[in-house]
Design a protein around this ligand. Structure first.
Ligand code: FES
Length: 163
């Protein structure tokens, strides 16, 4: 028989922080951003449903792929407020992020390919720069590494340099 004693018990902020592997202030911060919610005891202490652990895991995963907290919060707002999210709720949420993750992967692959060549930053320091970006033509598009920026906005578009 599986031990279930205490499984329904709410968690203190310290327990949440320890289980999630984050500092207590981080839990408070996420709560202030609307990513988590807690009920208050009569002594004004926070008590969290155990489902916040999954929320914190999702926040950590989203941070790893560069999703802003505001976007995570918007996704969490779609989760049911009257019960802990179930498997289908999380599957729906992750499906919405799949395209975003795919785009991010394409951006990173593009960045990996571009970093050893000319990225249109104006340095003209590589042998290839004189061929790909003669006289710093990329500067006409604005400051910074223009072709990396352009690649980020059109991550899956091949031949984006037009050279
Ligand atoms: S890498 Fe800087 S201009 Fe080519």
């Amino acid at each position: 028989m599986v031990e279930t004693a205490g499984m329904d018990r709410e968690l203190t902020i310290g327990e949440v922080a320890r289980r999630a592997g984050v500092p207590v202030p981080t839990v408070r911060y996420y709560e202030s951003r609307g990513l988590l919610s807690a009920r208050r005891t009569t002594g004004n202490q926070r008590r969290y449903d155990r489902s916040v652990l999954r929320r914190l895991a999702v926040v950590a995963a989203a941070a790893r792929i560069g999703l802003p907290l505001a976007e995570v919060g918007a996704a969490f707002a779609e989760l049911p407020a009257d019960r802990a999210p179930d498997r289908e709720d999380w599957a729906r949420l992750s499906a919405g992020w799949r395209r975003r993750v795919d785009k991010r992967i394409a951006e990173l692959e593009s960045l990996r390919e571009d970093l050893d060549g000319c990225i249109g930053c104006g340095c003209l320091s590589l042998d290839r720069c004189a061929l790909v970006n003669p006289a710093d033509e990329a500067a006409a598009e604005g400051p910074g590494s223009r072709w990396v920026r352009r690649a980020r906005s059109t991550a899956t578009s091949p031949g984006r340099r037009g050279a």
